[in-house]
Design a protein around this ligand. Sequence first.
Ligand code: SF4
Length: 389
Amino acid sequence: MRPRWQLYQGIYIHIPFCVHKCCYCDFASYQIQSPQVMEAYTRRLVEEIRAYEPDLPLSPTATIYFGGGTPSVLPPELLAQIVQALKDRGFWQQPAEATLEANPGTVTLESLRAYRQLGFDRLSMGIQSFQPGELALMGRIHTAEEAAEAVQLAREAGFARISGDLIYGYPTQTLAGVQDSLQKLIATGVDHISVYGLTVEEGTQLERQLAKGQLSLPPDEAVDAMYDYLMDALPQAGYQRYEIANFAWPGQESLHNQVYWHYLPYMAFGCGACRFNGKRRETSPAGIREYIEGKPLEVETLTPEIRREELVFMSLRTRQGLNLTEFQERKGTAFFPFYETAWEECQSRGWLEQEGDNIHLTPQGMRFGNLAFETFLTVPPEAKKEKNI
Ligand code: SF4
């Protein structure tokens, strides 16, 4: 039997449409709701799924994830065509999990029931905040009340597994606001919570607002206090941290995201979608028009050194960390002699520890995740990729 890293373990489908572009967002997402464009995009996506010849076998329990953009903007009948294409190809067998990302401002009881009937069993709701002023400033299309109501409707429609996201560190945000948002999100009864520290991405409206001095970021001490609060309050409420930014009730961790963090192969379809077979990444053009026109994928062949490094970084994002036996099996070399210096440095700073056959970040290491990862960098940036298009 093939080991898990030689099978496709997940399938990602990208739906790039949004009702409104949020100020902080740099995803391949576009403020488009034209039925013609959505239909043309769905046709192309179905074509891509039908034509794709996988170079590795697919695990029968491979997870499914429809992300975006806002998949819940696509009418259920178009979503159904994509699901059918996956089923026809044998790509949707008995998925261990089938998640749909949804924006609370775009769902109704009827649409949520339709998603359940299509076979989705998990919803990931982009909520971000329960403070009206913050939601407006972020450019979100829903109110705090609509967010709470969407979770209740999802439950009524039969979704037992629901995740909610929050952002912290946004301009005007205060510790009291973050505390209130988290308590309101917990009160909805979601079983999974992601908390993201704001990153100001290039080319976003937020970046321009900050550059013009229209907004300013909260001071570092305030952001640190928000982080400390979240890291204490989530476990106290029963959500266990299983990745740097992700918390879940026991057993409700996202299986699909763990495919990425354990550096396992996954297929991906749609504009801007990136697939990975363990050695190579292939990324579709980010623009909807380029994608519909069938412009070529960007192919990135990863050197063995890069793959080794990425396996370490990605695994260390998780609470479970890196399994040393699996590292040796996948890379043909033992971890310790190879990364001895980095290991010693991280240990002396209290960032990493060993538990049985796994090494993982400590809570302090998770706080300084990127600095800890830097100590493992052995490959100079210019040697990282051999790109060919
Ligand atoms: S809804 Fe999500 S994908 Fe769409 S613009 Fe907002 S953050 Fe980006």
